[in-house]
Design a protein around this ligand. Structure first.
Ligand code: CP
Length: 310
């Protein structure tokens, strides 16, 4: 694997190999006081973030450090981007400085793909850490890792993705990955928060959350992305919460084994009730923990495995 830009088109065998590596790394490090492997010693990983992040940036940094890579964080707000430097010039500068891998988050859909094109010549790997409303592949991989831990195989598991699907790169990446791994995905959202062309995705669509919950193995609540709703938020926050929020009453409609996910950051009380987010059914903290091991596995497959340059 040379880059990780999307789950759309990602070979399910490669996705499974990354998940298996993540699982192996997790078990290798379990209970160890010093979480450090020599695998990426001498390699340089740079995170380049043009949008805010807590989980993704921090877990990539920890992942790189636990594998002994040199990790450097560049945020647009404190770099020469603020002086008007383009994404292309910034990326070429990082490659010239010695980056083996650039992990990029950018508000423009397609930015990571462009970066991979520009960095083909220096041979620097690119990971998409979220591009606009397009994709967030490592989030989908860590979600799949978490679901595999809780449910075993994802084959024929029914997973509801609920809420602001329109603006969600997490939803898009999960739709492609989960369906490639054999799960059935149902999108539950108001008509105004579904993307144009939803019929072409490997999903079914519902607008009735109460009707869907009794038949799912997992429910993935999405963040409402107010920052991308330039024309205002319809339905209103109150209407959204009533129709699509995962309340305590709604949690009771779920089967006992069902898992509750949220990529974070959460709007407690609106997207999900606090009591649900903190309940035993919730795997939200596990998602964050698995994010480190999945990102270690991604760096391994990009920079250290036999198929790294393929
Ligand atoms: N889930 C996710 O991408 O979180 P951050 O924005 O905190 O990285």
């Amino acid at each position: 694997m040379k880059h990780l830009l999307a789950t759309d088109g990602l070979d399910p065998a490669l996705a499974t190999a990354v998940l298996d590596t993540a699982d192996e790394l997790k078990h290798t490090l379990l209970g160890r006081e010093v979480k450090k492997l020599p695998t990426l010693r001498g390699r340089t990983v740079i995170t380049l973030f043009y949008e805010n992040s807590t989980r993704t940036r921090v877990s990539f940094e920890i992942a790189g450090k636990w594998m002994s890579a040199d990790v450097i964080n560049v945020s647009a707000s404190s770099s020469s981007v603020n002086k008007g430097e383009s994404l292309r010039d910034t990326a070429l500068t990082l490659a010239a400085a010695g980056a083996d891998c650039v992990i990029v988050r950018h508000p423009a859909s397609g930015a990571a793909q462009r970066l991979a094109g520009w960095l083909a010549e220096p041979g620097t790997s690119v990971v998409n850490a979220g591009d606009g409303t397009h994709e967030h592949p490592t989030q989908a991989l860590l979600d799949a890792a978490t679901l595999r831990e809780r449910l075993g195989s994802l084959k024929d598991r029914r997973i509801a993705i609920v809420g602001d699907v329109l603006h969600s790169r997490v939803a898009r990446s999960n739709i492609h990955l989960l369906s490639a791994l054999g799960a059935e995905v149902v999108l539950v959202a108001p008509p105004t928060l579904l993307p144009y062309g939803v019929e072409s995705l490997p999903v079914t669509v519902s607008h009735d959350l109460d009707a869907e919950l009794p038949a799912v193995d997992a429910v993935m609540m999405l963040r409402v992305q107010a920052e991308r709703m330039h024309g205002g938020f319809f339905p209103s926050a109150r209407e959204y919460s009533i129709a699509y929020g995962l309340s305590e009453r709604r949690q009771k409609l779920l089967p006992d084994h069902a898992v509750v996910l949220h990529p974070g950051p959460m709007l407690r009380g609106m997207e999900i009730a606090s009591a649900v987010a903190d309940s035993p059914a919730s795997a939200i903290t596990e998602q964050v923990r698995n994010g480190v091991h999945v990102r270690m596995a991604v760096l391994y497959h990009l920079l250290a495995s036999e198929g790294a340059a393929a």
